[in-house]
Ligand binder design. Structure first.
Ligand code: 5GP
Ligand code: MN
Length: 338
């Protein structure tokens, strides 16, 4: 944010406001961590803030301080609409296009509020009055930390906020290993620990929550993996039937897509997950190096994200989706092997 924008935010927040804070649909650790940290901060400053998420999120995120105050739009429709209509300000976190909030989109488009975007994805849309968008950032949580710092309030970061921010940085950097993790990221994380983030406990809460059915689902996914060595690509499919057999719960497939990249020579990994209820195949893309999965997802699968991690969807059947995907690979062979 430049100094004018910082000044404007300071002015806007100088009197108590009614505020809604929302992350993208199917919120992940960075999404939930960032909205909760900002919620703690704004309420502490005397505002009336409410977090509204489009739909439910995995159990391994439900330990975060303040999580019990989150409204789930899909479940509390009318109640949520009241907050959105009344809001003076709407913060949108960890996404940059209103199509990313699913059923909430029309209520946001009709809202009288000013929008403030804090996000690190590519190609931001222009709905926000204030746009803090930076694709070089590890996570939206690191940006919320910066945002609070810009407002001169780093000293006000509480242990609740520190735990939420740590969780988001941890998950969005793949435990501090992705290329977006900078020296600054580590300095922020160090400060968060000093301010009360319980790193060992957070790692445990997020990563040591396996169930037998999830491990068996992972086994099924790995068995289904197709490895195309000559295209540096590996992909996994999971049908609705396979998910049902393994008592699939939200979040169970988190991280499965990354296994493909652990193979020597594989630079492009994909997982296709059937969702019969929504009538779509949800797709996650990951890459190593210069092949942009953001562009790939955007061009062919109605999606987007970052250069090395993106998502998208298909309304075709699993078989047709995979066939279409495979037909695209030849066209990208040079980039994949570069
Ligand atoms: P994941 O594969 O973990 O769901 O998402 C990877 C990255 O891509 C995340 O940053 C996520 O926000 C983004 N992403 C996932 N699905 C979609 C989608 O359908 N559209 C867009 N624009 N981004 C997505
Ligand atoms: Mn993020």
């Amino acid at each position: 944010m430049n100094s004018e924008e910082i000044q404007l935010v300071k002015e806007i927040l100088s009197t108590p406001k009614k505020i809604v804070i929302t992350p993208h649909k199917n919120p992940d650790g960075d999404a939930i961590g960032s909205v909760l940290a900002l919620w703690h901060y704004l309420n502490m400053q005397g505002h009336l803030a409410q977090v509204i998420v489009p739909n439910d999120f995995p159990k391994f995120l439900k330990w975060m301080p303040g999580v019990e105050n989150i409204l789930i739009f899909e479940k509390k429709h009318e109640h949520s609409l009241g907050f959105i209509e009344e809001a003076d300000i709407i913060f949108t976190l960890d996404f940059n296009d209103l199509s990313r909030i699913g059923e909430m989109q029309s209520s946001f488009e009709a809202a009288k509020a000013d929008f403030i975007m804090i996000d690190h994805h590519q190609a931001p849309n222009s709905y926000a009055r204030i746009k803090y968008s930076d694709i070089s950032m590890s996570s939206t949580c690191e940006m919320v930390y910066n945002f609070i710092e810009y407002l001169g309030d780093r000293d006000k970061i509480s242990s609740e906020m520190a735990n939420c921010l740590y969780a988001g940085i941890l998950t969005d950097t793949g435990s501090f290993k992705y290329a977006s993790t900078t020296g600054k990221t580590h300095r922020v994380v160090a400060t968060l620990i000093d301010k009360g983030a319980h790193s060992t406990e957070i790692h445990k809460n997020i990563f040591d929550t396996n169930t037998a059915s999830r491990l068996h689902l992972l086994g099924c996914a790995l068995k289904n993996m197709v490895i195309l060595t000559e295209l540096s690509t590996a992909y996994i499919t999971l049908s609705q039937e396979e998910l049902d057999t393994h008592q699939f719960k939200k979040g169970d497939t988190e991280g499965f897509v990354n296994y493909g990249l652990t193979l020597d020579g594989i630079r492009f990994a994909v997982i296709f997950i059937e969702n019969k209820e929504e009538g779509i195949i949800k797709i996650s893309f990951r890459s190593e190096g210069s092949f942009s999965v953001n562009e790939f997802a955007r061009k062919y699968f109605d999606g987007g994200g970052h250069t090395n991690a993106a998502g998208g969807k298909s309304t075709k059947s699993m078989e047709d989706t995979v066939q279409y995907f495979r037909s695209l690979l030849e066209d990208h062979k040079t980039e994949l092997l570069a």
